[in-house]
Design a protein around this ligand. Structure first.
Ligand code: DGL
Length: 273
């Protein structure tokens, strides 16, 4: 008969529009090295950030349905765009806990801002959804919020053009962020899987005193807390196994994955959903 340890032995399922969510995977694996993790990257349909909410929702349900078939105990939405437009529907649809990246990122921003002026950057879909704005206001109504979508940060990061020494990176960062500087924010939420790779360039424009919120770190903390609270942590022999499902395997994906994870991927399987 199945007991609770069988349940705890199940994997954590993570999905993203592509491989940017490996920033979230990496943090979760660092904190929870015992756990088995299955990761789904919808590399055939990335990017989501420029698509309509209805399309993102449709893709998200297909991704989550696939992961649920992998017998997971927890679903983590690593993609900010999906978190922004689909988390409520996914929470409603499935019985296992669902963790998104917007809630933890917003909470962190509320906790660390001193002057109550917070900036949020993300994809067009994320900013347009107002998900971060609503979540922050729900927790602290008197925080002033300033937003900016930075769509070119995604291809820059995937191209590996992330250094603050790179002329193009500096130019694009300045174009997006110069305006933010006038608002005197002390905290900036990096509301996209790819933006942590551009931290240095963002800091260079915003000044070294700006506090950057990396949703990946916050989400990993939230995953740990939730598994603990629900007694779902796996305490048996370390599984330490990760499996990666991708809907397309483009030629460059190994290099791109290395950018986000710092290492190559093993146990990769191509799937159709
Ligand atoms: N993963 C997406 C996000 O965090 C960025 C890439 C995309 O647009 O799909 O919003």
């Amino acid at each position: 008969m199945a007991d609770s340890s069988d349940h705890n032995k199940k994997a954590i399922g993570i999905f993203d529009s592509g491989i940017g969510g490996l920033t979230v995977f990496k943090e979760i694996r660092r904190k929870l090295s015992n756990e088995k993790i299955v990761y789904l990257g919808d590399t055939a349909r990335v990017p989501y950030g420029i698509r309509s909410a209805q399309t993102v929702l449709r893709y998200s349900i297909a991704n989550a349905d696939f992961l649920l078939q992998q017998n997971i105990k927890l679903l983590v939405i690593a993609c900010n765009t999906v978190s922004a437009v689909a988390v409520d529907v996914l929470r409603e649809k499935y019985t296992i806990p669902v963790i998104d990246v917007v809630g933890p990122g917003a909470r962190r921003a509320v906790n660390i801002t001193k002057n109550k002026k917070v900036g949020i950057i993300g994809t067009e879909a994320t900013i347009k959804s107002s998900a971060y704005q609503n979540e922050i206001r729900r927790m602290c109504p008197d925080i002033e919020i300033f937003t900016q979508s930075c769509p070119l940060f995604v291809p820059l990061a995937e191209e590996g053009w992330c250094s603050s020494d790179d002329e193009v990176v500096r130019l694009v960062s300045r174009r997006y962020l110069e305006r933010m500087k006038d608002f005197d924010i002390d905290t900036l939420v990096l509301g996209c899987t790819h933006y942590p790779l551009l931290k240095d360039a963002i800091k260079m424009i915003m000044g070294k005193n700006i506090k950057l919120v990396d949703s990946a770190e916050e989400t990993a903390l939230e995953v740990t807390t939730l598994l603990n609270r629900k007694s779902l942590l796996y305490s048996g022999e370390a599984e330490n196994k990760s499996f990666f499902f991708l809907t397309d395997i483009p030629d460059r994906f190994i290099e791109t994955a290395r950018l986000f994870l710092g290492e190559g991927l093993e146990n990769v399987k191509l799937i159709d959903i």
